[in-house]
Design a protein around this ligand. Structure first.
Ligand code: PEP
Ligand code: CO
Length: 459
């Protein structure tokens, strides 16, 4: 495998400032911004370079079909949601989903949370109408406050530091929960699994069998390890967020001893959103210089040749595992647009790890104006993506979902049979609708079924 060339002399963590930045409103108080950025630069990193390198080896394995990436979490974390309960529930659902995938697919699953830094959102409009008022739009807690108050909607640099602190607290708790000590990673107990919701589902019997088998396997490993091995007591977990506010990410971009290059040490895998991947833009310039594996969202509108150039620009030495292409066409466009992209990337001979975000191309508003997604549309997008990869002889190496461990009512459908009338019961998201606990587990189960159609992997 070739190594990334030493970073070009014309790049620095702040060279993006010489490029046009989309989706980054200006801060009014530049002196305060400068002070905050200086603080951020000297605070300790949240992740380490060796974790980043380890993840890159795993994203490479996923690209070859030897592992599967499960990336998921909130559309937007909020400062208020940095609580024990929210973190525990998200971790629990992601771990359980990963166990389902491992059990069904028999390959390692790489868990990547949209967590500990997923605080900034791209928006379609700069302002929004609330009642009589025209307000600057909410751009995530990293930028401004959701409150309906024009003053609070102005970008506030102090939020960069609060995001760093909340990310650190979140990650500290995630590390504690997933670490040795028989705590949370010990998922042997059936009471951790809530199965009732599956009762209405045609796969209920399969599902119960699978959960029993997972428990059986866990007990077995524990008995044979007799307390010496810690296989089940430590689970690997990585973080990711959209690196949208480049002040935040570049201030935490560092060199480390004994390694070449620069690392974004605020997260393991930052990604470029569908709206900030302009080749000449600030975000692409920033991503060019970091060593992390990087996600690139690709959905309509796009030009296949531009994406090819972008991949080449961001990975000139064609290193495996560097680029995770997260396609999000929606069930409507996956069949007519994904094949062209795959062929263009293949023709250029570029190594990428393909993953699918079946959420962002399937959002719609109900008659009463509530933003939602239909479980069946999400599933159709997943199936369509698997189908296209199967016919193009490429490998779908992962899934990217917006989900929560809470019992919210934001997406319709699934075995619980949530309808549009139920959406107002417990709709919490400030941004996009997420799968709830039951919908997420069911989706994991169905993703595994689709995967098995492509990779007949007898055990
Ligand atoms: C997101 O992942 O929350 C998002 C905004 O996605 P995209 O860039 O694909 O629209
Ligand atoms: Co979203």
């Amino acid at each position: 495998m070739s190594e990334l060339k030493p970073t070009a002399a014309d790049w620095s963590p702040e060279s993006w400032r010489n490029h046009k930045a989309w989706q980054m409103p200006a801060y009014a108080d530049l002196a305060e911004l400068d002070r905050v950025v200086r603080d951020l630069r000297r605070l300790p990193p949240l992740v380490t370079s060796w974790e980043v390198e380890a993840l890159r080896a795993k994203t490479a394995a996923a690209g070859r079909g030897e592992a599967f990436i499960l990336q998921g979490g909130d559309c937007a974390e909020t400062f208020d949601s940095c609580t024990s309960d929210t973190v525990v529930k998200l971790l629990k659902v992601l771990l359980q989903m990963s166990f389902i995938l491992i059990h069904e697919m028999d390959i390692p699953v790489v868990r990547v949370g949209r967590i500990a830094g997923q605080y900034a959102k791209p928006r379609s409009n700069d302002t929004e109408r609330v009642g009589e008022m025209e307000l600057p739009v909410y751009r995530g807690d990293l930028y401004n406050d959701f409150a309906v108050d024009a003053g609070k909607r102005l970008p506030d640099p102090a939020r960069l530091l609060e995001a760093y602190h909340k990310s650190g607290l979140t990650l500290n708790f995630v590390r504690a929960l997933t670490d040795d000590g028989g705590g949370f990673a010990d998922m042997r107990h059936p009471e951790y699994w809530e199965l009732d919701f599956m009762k209405q589902n045609r796969f209920y019997d399969d599902y119960v069998r699978m959960v029993k088998s997972i428990h059986h396997a866990m007990h077995f490993v524990e008995r044979i390890s007799a307390g010496e091995m810690h296989t089940l007591k430590q689970v690997e977990f990585y973080t990711s967020h959209e690196a949208l506010n480049l002040w935040y990410d570049s201030a935490q971009t560092r060199r480390v001893p004994h390694r070449d290059g620069w690392y974004n040490l605020s997260t393991h895998m930052p990604w470029i959103g569908n709206r900030t991947r302009q080749p000449e833009g600030a975000h692409v310039e920033y991503f060019r210089g970091i060593r992390n594996p990087i996600g690139i969202k690709v959905g309509p509108p796009f030009q296949a040749d531009e994406i090819v150039k972008l991949i080449d620009h961001l990975n000139p030495t064609q290193e495996e595992g560097r680029i995770v292409l997260i396609t999000r066409f929606g069930k409507k466009h996956v069949h007519d647009q994904l094949p062209g992209l795959i062929r263009a990337v293949n023709r250029a001979g570029l190594p990428v790890t393909w993953t699918c975000d079946p959420m962002h191309g399937n959002t719609f508003a109900t008659k009463s104006g509530i933003k939602t997604r239909d479980f069946d549309d999400v599933l159709a997008d997943v199936k369509g993506t698997f189908d296209v990869h199967r016919s193009e002889h490429t490998i779908l190496g992962g899934i990217h979902l917006e989900l929560t461990g809470e019992d919210v009512t934001e997406c319709v459908g699934g075995a619980q049979g949530l309808g549009e009338d139920h959406l107002s019961t417990n709709y919490q998201s400030y941004c996009d609708p997420r799968l709830n606990y039951a919908q997420a587990l069911e989706m994991a189960f169905l993703v595994a079924r689709e995967w098995k159609k492509s990779f007949n992997n007898p055990r």
